[in-house]
Design a protein around this ligand. Sequence first.
Ligand code: ZN
Ligand code: ZN
Length: 380
Amino acid sequence: MSKRDYYEVLGVAKNASDEEIKKAYRKLAMKHHPDRNQGDTAVKAEENFKEAKEAYEMLSDAQKRAAYDQYGHAGVDPNRGMGGGEGYGGFAEAFGDIFGDMFSQGQGQGRGGRGGGRQVYRGNDLSYAMEITLEEAAKGKDAQIRIPSWDSCDTCHGSGAKPGTSAKTCTTCAGQGSVQMRQGFFSVQQTCPHCRGTGKIIPEPCTSCQGQGKVKHQKTLEVKIPAGIDDGMRIRSTGNGEPGTNGGPPGDLYIEIRIRKHDIFEREGDDLHCQVPVSFITAALGGEIEVPTLAGKAAIDIPEGTQAGKQFRLRGKGIKGIRASYPGDLYCHIVVETPVKLTEYQRKLLRELEESLQKGGGRHSPSGESWTDRLKKFFS
Ligand SMILES: [Zn+2]
Ligand SMILES: [Zn+2]
């Protein structure tokens, strides 16, 4: 497979500045972020991301860029200087670099960061699904949730070893937590399979914590749900995920918002929509009708001759989004109701009405007239 030109991959000119290159890469990295590419597009997104990452690594390094400009792909070897055959480090690591300044709440060491000796791991992120009503989403809410938390085990004081015994240095990796494996020409550093990176073996695990050194509890967390939040948005609570390993920082907790289906309103971005049934008499004669809004009742005047499906907009009666300066609108969709369970008398009135309308020809039915024309054309 022939390799694409690095400038082409990033979509920048040959004389692009470092800043332009960084900006282009950032845009691509966002586009191919795993959060936005799940299911079918995930594999393709990862490939695109790898391609962009490689192009960025080459072009952001003045020396490599010069070599690439002179000799093309032959002048640079993306696998050189990556150390230990580490290769593609996955989204998490790469994003740790590029978004470091965007998410300033520091995450300390990245996942699997190499601290020279034992491997330090950041704890896993946790996610918590929270269902709220549309009204709560519009106004915001202070919620309390119960989440797992971990404390150092009292019995073994966090060592994981049964009292009276102690952990021993792992002999496979000599306490390093990682081992060198040879794969062809490469020497690859891997997590020690014996101690799983801790550098220690516990011959007799503590029975209170099964050798984990920590015990799981529940704790209450106060969560502020901002007004305007929408379905599918996530709130990050830094450091409230699982604890890290070997002194690594904890992961984060993500609260995923689900908005319950509302009886009346449907939300579309910051706008709300609702269906308002109107009798065909009112639709024909016009009049004031009452419509619901999130803030209470409102009245709108509908003109005479209002057709089914007509929508009326109530400005600012939607939802004010988290970052919006103005609230959205409320759209009331008119549903003209056909009367049912008619008495003989009512039927008679309607037949008389029909007769009278027919005498007026097409002028009483605005869409009927063009409909008749279209039918004629269709059958001719
Ligand atoms: Zn214990
Ligand atoms: Zn080991």
